[in-house]
Design a protein. Structure first.
Length: 78
């Protein structure tokens, strides 16, 4: 079989126009675009889980090794 020729694309466009009508085709195009975008995000590993967009990452607290709490005694070593 091979790639689609321009005649195949024209025939598919005419059949889609007859089946769905001119008012429904833009909505179908948006739906397919959204589907492909979500598929691309899912396969690239993004998956829409961007933490930078959801909430800021809290700053890390600096730890001074001289003031570390002893786990056994519960006292702060200074």
């Amino acid at each position: 079989m091979g790639a689609l020729s321009p005649w195949h694309i024209i025939l598919i466009a005419i059949v889609a126009l007859l089946l769905f009508g001119p008012n429904k085709l833009p909505e179908l195009g948006r739906g397919f675009g959204k589907m492909f975008r979500e598929f691309k995000d899912a396969t690239s590993g993004n998956g829409g889980n961007n933490t930078s967009d959801d909430q800021p990452v809290p700053a890390r607290k600096e730890i001074n090794p001289a003031e570390v709490k002893n786990a056994e005694t519960g006292q702060i070593n200074k």
